[in-house]
Design a protein around this ligand. Structure first.
Ligand code: FDM
Length: 210
């Protein structure tokens, strides 16, 4: 009897800038690979692919775009990578993804006149993660970390609206992470959740956003 190949898990890290999620995602991928759990770090926006070049110019304020066009580009950036991501997951590789559709919706819908359900439409059909870890920092902890850069969206008021939108998107796959901890302590918490998710999802079919 043919045995089923375990698939990789699809795990997304979301949260505000400076919450440490990128550092944790990269550290975790190193740990998993060293422990013979094949995994890869992926991130959105992916500025290295076709749609990502325009997004990079937009984020660095080299070009202006209507909010709707910018939004659809971020979504197209995920669709451009979708075939590769799905293949990797099917091959048994766990993906630790730094930002995904939830950033897409939470950031765009933080803008005046952008409707949250409209923002979600182009995400339908993309792979749905097995878990979303939301890295949270309270205002005081956020102030203690070093300042924002010059990119679009890097202002405290805007980030506050993004945080409110994340709350609206939550369902049973979301897990809040209190990110106000040192790197190693946070790393242990994240590792336990991720290992548990990998075990639970390996024989479940990969879902899609509906
Ligand atoms: N961002 C990210 C969006 O506005 N929409 C998206 O779909 C995604 C994935 O781009 F401010 C925003 C979030 C952030 C900016 O992200 C660049 P990084 O993680 O700083 O590169």
């Amino acid at each position: 009897m043919a045995s089923q190949i375990p698939r990789g898990a699809f795990i997304v890290f979301e949260g505000c800038d400076r919450s440490g999620k990128t550092t944790q995602a990269k550290k975790l991928v190193d740990y998993l690979n060293k422990n013979n759990i094949p995994s890869q770090f992926v991130n959105f926006p992916d500025r290295t692919i076709s749609t990502g070049h325009i997004i990079d110019e937009y984020l660095r304020k080299k070009i202006e775009l209507p909010d709707q066009a910018a939004h659809l580009l971020f979504s197209a950036n995920r669709w451009e990578r979708e075939p590769t991501l799905t293949k990797l997951i099917e091959q048994g590789i766990t993906l630790i993804c730094d930002r995904y559709s939830f950033s897409g919706v939470a950031f765009s819908a933080a803008k005046e006149g952008m409707d949250i359900s409209w923002c979600f439409q182009p995400e339908k059909g993309l792979p749905k993660p097995d878990a979303v870890l939301l890295f949270k920092l309270n205002e005081e902890a956020l102030q203690r970390r070093k300042g924002f850069g010059d990119e679009r969206y890097e202002q405290t008021d805007f980030q506050r609206k993004v945080a409110e939108n994340y709350e609206k998107l939550k369902d049973n796959i979301w897990i809040d992470i209190d990110a106000d901890k040192d790197i190693d302590t946070l790393g242990l918490i994240v590792k336990d959740i991720v290992i548990d998710t990998i075990k639970k999802s390996q024989f479940n079919p990969l879902e899609r956003f509906v």
